[in-house]
Design a protein around this ligand. Structure first.
Ligand SMILES: Nc1ncnc2c1ncn2[C@@H]1O[C@H](COP(=O)(O)OP(=O)(O)OP(=O)(O)O)[C@@H](O)[C@H]1O
Length: 587
C-alpha cells in the first residue's frame, strides 16, 4: 500500500498560497501561529482551571510602560546605545511612575487563586503568589527591562506555576515545584533568576546555574533565557551575560581564552559542567542559585551521582536550590528535603497526572505486526495528522520503524543517541518549521522539548513507567493547546500498561470498566516492574518481534535497496556537511 498517498489525504494540511512556513510553503492547519487565538469551541472546551495561558491582551498600563521607555527596547540600536539608555533609565522604575496595585494582597485572595488552579503550596511561612506580572513591580521592584522583554515575547499573564514560584524565588526560598508538562516551568525559574542577577549587579562572576539532563533541553532553556535578557545591562558597558556550556565554550574556558567571570548565568548538562569543574575552569564561589530542571531525572539512578557531585562543588553558603519537573516521585521529594533548607513545595494539579489538555487513548494491537497495521489505520482514518512524534523504547526499534515508514514513503526522520548533534539540531529545526511531518525518536526527546504545535504523540512502545509516559505525551497539548496521545500495546504489555491506565485515571480520562479492573497491580507485578521486567514471561523487550509486516524475502530485498539509498544519502550528507562536522569535532 502506498501509505504516503493515504497520508497526504488524511493529513488535512492546508497548502498556503503565501507559504507561511519556511519549508515548502506548507502550513499544518493545527500548527497555529504563536499568537493565534483559539476558536470559540476550543475556548469553551478548555476548563477554566486548566486555562494556564489566559490570553488577556496586554494590560494598558503595561503598554504605557513600554511606550514610556521605548528607547530601551527599540530594535536596531547598538548594544552600547541600549546600554546607555538602560543606564539612564535605571532608578526610574520607582513606584510613583508605575502605580500598579498588586492583585493578590492577602491570604484570602491567595487561597481563592490557588483554588482556581488547584495549587497546593506547603512549607514554613509561604509568601503570597502573584496574580499578574504587575504584582512583581509593586512587591519586588521588578526590573522594567525584564518586564518589557516578557511583554515583547507575548508573556502577558503568569501561569499558575509562575504565580507561585516567582515570589518564592524572589524571597530567596528553596523550592520543589511540580506542574504539568507545557505549563511554563522554564519561565517560572528563569524570571526570578534573571531578576536576582540584575539585583546582584555588584557581584562579578557566575550567579545562576541551570542544570538540564539533555543538550537539546539545555539549548532550549538558553534560547528562552536570551529572549528575556535582551538589552539588559548591569552597568554601562556590561550586559547581563547568559551562556550555554557547549563543548566549544568549555574548551575556551579551559584554555582561558574567555574569563569565567564574564557570565552571570550558565546552563549546562551535568557531565559538561563536571568536566569543566575538573579543570578548575569555572569559579562557583559567587553562585547564588542552582536550578535542577527535570529534577526527577537528574536525581534518578542515571544522574544522581553527577547531580550530587555538582552540589558538592557548590560551596557557597546560603545557596538557593530549586527543583522543577512535571513528575516528582516521593524518592525525589526525600532527596529535596535532605538538601534544601526550609523548602516550599508547590504542586499544581495532581502530582502523577498528565496535562489535562491531552486526549489519551490506548489501542490494543495483539502483537507487533498489529502495531504497524494500527499506524496504517490511523493514516487511513485521517487521524495521523502532522506534526506527529512517535516514541519507541530502543535505538534499534526506532531505526526499524523509520525504515518501515520511509519505505511507505512517509515524511519521517529519526532522532536517537547515535545521531550527531548537528543531525539532531537539523532534524529538530525541520520538524519545527513544518518541513518534516513525523518525528520518530527514543526517550532522548521525551522531556522538556517544546515543539509548539504537535498534534499527536504515538507511543509505539509502552513507556517504561508512569513518569516516562507523562513526559512523552507532554510533547503535545502545550501552552494551552489541545493534543492527542495514543499508546499502542500488545499482549506482552499486560503489566506495563497498568501504570499508564492509572495516569489516565488521575488525569480525568474516561476509563472503561475493564481498564479499571486491569489497572490494579499485584504485589508481584509491582516488584517485576521495579526490576525492569515489564511483561509476564521474559526479560524486557527480548522477545518482541521485529518491526515489519513484510515477508522475510521482501524484507531482505528492501533492506538492500534501503542500504544503498542510505549509503548514498550518507555520502551526500558528508560532502555537504564536512565543515559542520569539523566544527562539531573541534568544539
Ligand atoms: N506566561 C506565559 N504566557 C504564555 N505562554 C507561556 C507563558 N509561560 C510559558 N509559555 C509558553 O508555554 C510553552 C511551554 O512552556 P515550558 O516549555 O516552560 O513548559 P514546561 O512546563 O517546562 O514543560 P515540560 O514539563 O514539558 O518541560 C512554551 O512555548 C512557553 O513559551
Amino acid at each position: 500500500m502506498d501509505i504516503f498517498r493515504v497520508l497526504t489525504r488524511g493529513a488535512a494540511i492546508n497548502k498556503k498560497a503565501d507559504g507561511v512556513s519556511k519549508g515548502k510553503g506548507v502550513d499544518y492547519s493545527m500548527n497555529k501561529a504563536k499568537d493565534a487565538k483559539p476558536t470559540e469551541r476550543e475556548e469553551f472546551q478548555m476548563a477554566k482551571e486548566l486555562d494556564f495561558f489566559r490570553n488577556k491582551r496586554i494590560v494598558n498600563k503595561v503598554s504605557n510602560l513600554k511606550e514610556d521607555e521605548g528607547t530601551a527596547v527599540a530594535g536596531g540600536e547598538s548594544d552600547e546605545d541600549a546600554g546607555k539608555d538602560a543606564e539612564e533609565n535605571e532608578g526610574e522604575d520607582d513606584e510613583d511612575s508605575l502605580d500598579f496595585q498588586p492583585k493578590i494582597t492577602n491570604q484570602k485572595e491567595a487561597n481563592a487563586l490557588r483554588k482556581s488552579y488547584k495549587g497546593n503550596v506547603t512549607g514554613e511561612d509561604v509568601p503570597l503568589p502573584i496574580g499578574s506580572f504587575e504584582d512583581l513591580i509593586t512587591r519586588f521592584s521588578f526590573d522594567k527591562r525584564l518586564l518589557n522583554n516578557l511583554i515583547e515575547n507575548h508573556f502577558t499573564e503568569p501561569t499558575p506555576i509562575q504565580c507561585e514560584s516567582i515570589p518564592m524565588a524572589l524571597k530567596g526560598r528553596d523550592t520543589l515545584a511540580c506542574a504539568p508538562t507545557g505549563s511554563g516551568k522554564t519561565l517560572a525559574f528563569l524570571i526570578p533568576l534573571l531578576q536576582q542577577a540584575i539585583d546582584d549587579k555588584e557581584t562579578q562572576g557566575l550567579k545562576g546555574l541551570i542544570i538540564s539532563p539533555t543538550k537539546e533541553l539545555a539549548n532550549q532553556i538558553f534560547i528562552e533565557c536570551i529572549k528575556l535578557s535582551q538589552r539588559i545591562f548591569l552597568d554601562k558597558k556590561r550586559p547581563l551575560q547568559v551562556a550555554l556550556l557547549s563543548k566549544s565554550l568549555s574548551m575556551k574556558l579551559k584554555n582561558k581564552v574567555i574569563s569565567d567571570k564574564k557570565y552571570d548565568i550558565i546552563i549546562s548538562t551535568p557531565l559538561r559542567l563536571i568536566d569543566v569543574m575538573k579543570s578548575e575552569a569555572l569559579d562557583l564561589s559567587s553562585l547564588k542559585n542552582i536550578i535542577f530542571d527535570e529534577a526527577d531525572k537528574l536525581f534518578d539512578k542515571t544522574f544522581v551521582e553527577q547531580s550530587d557531585a555538582i552540589l558538592d562543588l557548590c560551596s557557597t553558603k546560603n545557596l538557593r536550590k530549586s527543583m522543577f519537573s512535571a513528575t516528582i516521585p516521593s524518592s525525589v521529594e526525600d532527596i529535596a528535603n535532605s538538601i534544601m533548607l526550609d523548602p516550599i513545595r508547590i504542586i499544581i494539579g495532581h502530582k502523577e497526572a498528565a496535562n489535562a489538555n491531552i486526549e489519551q487513548r490506548l489501542v490494543y494491537c495483539g502483537n507487533e505486526e498489529g502495531k504497524l497495521i494500527a499506524i496504517r489505520q490511523l493514516v487511513q482514518e485521517g487521524e495521523f495528522k502532522p506534526p506527529i512524534i512517535i516514541f519507541l523504547e530502543s535505538i534499534t526499534r526506532a531505526k526499524a520503524l523509520y525504515h518501515e515508514l520511509m519505505y511507505d514513503r512517509m515524511n519521517v526522520d529519526v532522532i536517537h543517541a547515535e545521531r550527531t548533534p548537528t543531525q539532531r539540531t537539523k532534524i529538530i529545526e525541520r520538524f519545527k518549521s513544518g518541513e518534516l511531518w513525523c518525528l520518530i525518536c527514543t526517550d532522548v526527546l521525551a522531556r522538556g522539548i517544546d515543539f509548539k504545535g504537535v498534534n499527536l504523540v504515538i507511543n509505539y512502545d509502552v513507556p517504561r513507567n508512569a513518569q516516562a509516559y507523562v513526559h512523552r505525551i507532554g510533547r503535545t497539548g502545550r501552552g494551552g493547546r489541545s493534543g492527542k496521545a495514543i499508546t499502542l500495546y500488545t499482549k506482552l504489555d499486560s503489566i506495563a500498561i497498568k501504570p499508564i491506565v492509572n495516569v489516565m485515571k488521575q488525569s480525568g480520562c474516561e476509563v472503561s470498566g475493564w481498564m479499571e479492573r486491569m489497572s490494579k497491580l499485584t504485589k508481584k507485578e509491582k516488584q517485576q516492574l521495579k526490576n525492569g521486567q515489564r511483561h509476564p514471561t521474559t526479560k524486557d523487550g527480548k522477545d518482541r518481534a521485529q518491526i515489519s509486516t513484510v515477508p522475510q524475502i521482501d524484507r531482505k530485498k528492501r533492506q538492500r535497496k534501503q542500504d544503498m539509498i542510505e549509503g548514498s544519502k550518507r555520502r551526500k550528507y558528508r560532502d555537504s556537511h564536512k565543515d559542520e562536522e569539523k566544527e562539531d569535532e573541534s568544539s
